[in-house]
Design a protein around this ligand. Sequence first.
Ligand code: SF4
Length: 111
Amino acid sequence: MPSSLFAGDSPGWMPRGACQGEDPELFFPITAVGPALAQVFAAKAVCFRCAVRAACLSYALATGQAGIWGGTTQEERHAMRRSSGIRAREHSAMPRSASAAAHHDGNFAGQ
Ligand code: SF4
């Protein structure tokens, strides 16, 4: 796999995600606890068979995305950033960015 696929905030790997064609709402659970856990586990099951999971996780860590990315919840990525000192870009407060929507619904046209 070319190293450019792991360029942090580069989204070139998105069209290869296993989530392409899946219901995008699966990757945006309301919470990561209680009844929503079944949704979180279902989304993670898709991620764990994904060939670009590492690049996806790197991108989500770099850009502060909401939802399930790279087999992790937003809360898990917050913990990863805290423990490693990684800072996300400013748009981390957005609940669901345009790139996230495009990524998970298969309409990614490149950026
Ligand atoms: S969210 Fe990321 S790791 Fe999960 S299936 Fe989509 S591209 Fe792969």
